[in-house]
Design a binder for this molecule. Structure first.
Ligand code: AMP
Ligand code: MG
Length: 491
């Protein structure tokens, strides 16, 4: 969009191809809108994806659009229907209960991107919910989408965050917010499960054909398109799980309705990044059994893929559906070893498994911060031990670290690297969205109305591998009060 001043939201051209599937798949639903909306943040980086000029945030009509009060003429807002396994149990009908697809843009270089409201009010799928989201959860999703993107992890993006004095009742009374998220698509495993469990094979096939046509066109001419589709979703999910594990991300609610068929991180609720390395970390205090604990995620994703395979089996045949997932464990393991090897400054090879595992045990045993350890490891000096003080000092039991370092040093010696430090810094983030940083931002934005904290965090999170010397404190260990924070699904 060349002329910044002339462009208005009304000129945004949107299509709604999903509506072509017919009314078994969605319900046309207008957003409820928000009284006295206030634009808390506009993400110009995500705006680039859909060709919106930076200056558009200042146009008075823009906040009316971003809050759902006024739609561009081409918008056709729909709530889609899906189902899903929640905490292991099948729920026959869910759906976009507080989300709405606004439409799909087609940008010359960025391609097609779908825009979706979250928190825009009730839909036919809201069940007993109010269709709303609160500022707290919306800001968390906004920040984490961008943090994951900055870390190079596939995710939905966040375009805008608007709040309003409208009261919303959760554990106490809070106020409403609406975000717009952007992704190539928002189709979930649960969309397929719905039609499988309803034995609606025609609709199931139409949905699979839609996903192939719009997101995996290269499979359209394959001899078994639905099987290769499943294989590719499985492969992308394996890679995504490896990325989550390598960075220390816990999603918190890995129900099949929160799993993207595009392999994106989707639906940020009670997510959490590891502070100290704790494999059994459960970020969602409603998850009493620890089903979605940090170290369970790869297996849970495998189980979720089995539910998707079952749902697609009328199209693929049962044997092919099962076989399509066969490579999942190997693909996960190899992606994880590759990522972890790079984090340790080593070439990707199976031989590194033992030093990776012994490192994780070392960190767990000594309760060491995962991100800080790896960032300091970038400066590890194989030759002069006195240069490793900052790293060793993380440990009370320094001898424990020294034992591991001996093995690590031996591996490094076998694999010389011209600039290991720089390479390691490009894969070991200095800044992650620690829970306390998100909580701090919520307090500052909500209580003080100061949104510059969002700018500061996004500066760091969009470039988490850089040093940012003036914002050093954001890389610190969490303060003591952060240990008490707990999160639930209620948002
Ligand atoms: P989640 O656990 O956030 O993935 O949500 C599970 C299901 O509940 C989805 O169908 C959501 O659309 C729906 N849902 C969650 N919160 C609300 C709400 N406040 N109002 C209506 N539906 C909701
Ligand atoms: Mg969800």
């Amino acid at each position: 969009m060349s002329d910044n001043n002339a462009f208005t939201i009304d000129q945004l051209i949107l299509e709604q191809p999903f509506a072509g599937l017919g009314e078994d798949f969605f319900t046309l639903t207008p957003p409820e809108g928000l009284p006295s909306p206030r634009l808390l943040h506009f993400n110009t980086r995500a705006a680039d994806l859909i060709g919106l000029p930076d200056g558009i945030a200042n146009h008075p009509d823009t906040v009316e659009f971003l809050s759902g009060n006024r739609l561009p003429a081409t918008a056709r807002p729909i709530a889609t229907i899906y189902a899903g396994h929640q905490f292991g149990y099948y729920v026959p009908q869910l759906g976009d209960g507080r989300a709405l697809s606004i439409g799909v843009t087609n940008h010359a270089t960025q391609g097609k991107q779908e825009l979706q409201f979250k928190g825009s009010g009730r839909t036919p799928f809201s069940r007993s919910g109010d269709g709303r989201a609160v500022v707290r959860s919306s800001l968390r999703e906004y920040l984490c989408s961008e943090a994951m993107h900055g870390l190079g992890i596939p995710t939905t993006r966040a375009l805008s965050l608007v709040d309003s004095p409208l009261p919303v009742f959760r554990e106490g009374t809070e106020t409403a917010a609406v975000i717009i998220r952007i992704a190539p698509g928002f189709i979930r495993f649960g969309h397929f499960e719905l039609f499988y469990h309803r034995k609606q094979t025609n609709q199931l096939r139409a949905l699979a054909d839609y996903v192939i046509a719009h997101h995996y066109p290269e499979f359209a001419s394959a001899s078994a398109p639905y099987t290769v589709l499943l294989q590719e979703i499985s492969r992308r999910t394996a890679v995504l799980m490896a990325q989550w594990q390598a960075v220390g991300f816990t999603h918190g609610v890995m129900n099949t309705d929160n799993m993207s068929v595009l392999g994106l991180t989707l639906d940020y609720g009670p997510f959490g990044f590891l502070d100290r390395y704790e494999p059994g970390f459960v970020c969602n205090h409603s998850d009493e059994m620890g089903r979605y604990a940090f170290d369970q995620q790869p297996d849970i994703a495998g189980w979720n893929l089995s539910r998707l395979a079952q749902a697609l089996s009328p199209l693929t045949g049962e044997a092919d559906a099962r076989d399509a997932l066969q490579d999942y464990p190997r693909q996960f393991a190899s992606a994880y070893i590759n990522l972890m090897s790079a984090k340790l400054g080593l070439p990707a090879q199976k031989e590194n498994v033992s030093v990776i595992l012994s490192m994780l045990e070392l960190l767990h045993r000594n309760q060491i911060d995962y991100t800080i350890f790896l960032r300091r490891l970038c400066d590890f000096d194989s030759d002069t031990d006195s240069n490793n003080a900052a790293l060793r000092d993380l440990f009370i039991n320094r001898a424990d670290f020294d034992t591991w370092a001996t093995d690590y040093r031996a591996l490094l010696a076998r694999h010389p690297h011209p600039d290991r430090r720089t390479a390691m810094r490009q894969v070991n983030p200095k800044f992650i969205l620690r829970n306390y940083l998100a909580e701090n931002a919520i307090r500052i934005v909500r209580d003080e109305g100061d949104t510059t904290e969002i700018d500061r965090l996004l500066t760091l999170l969009h470039h988490p591998f850089d040093e940012h010397p003036t914002l050093e404190r954001y890389a610190d260990l969490p303060p003591d009060w952060a240990q008490e924070l707990s999160l639930s699904c209620s948002s």
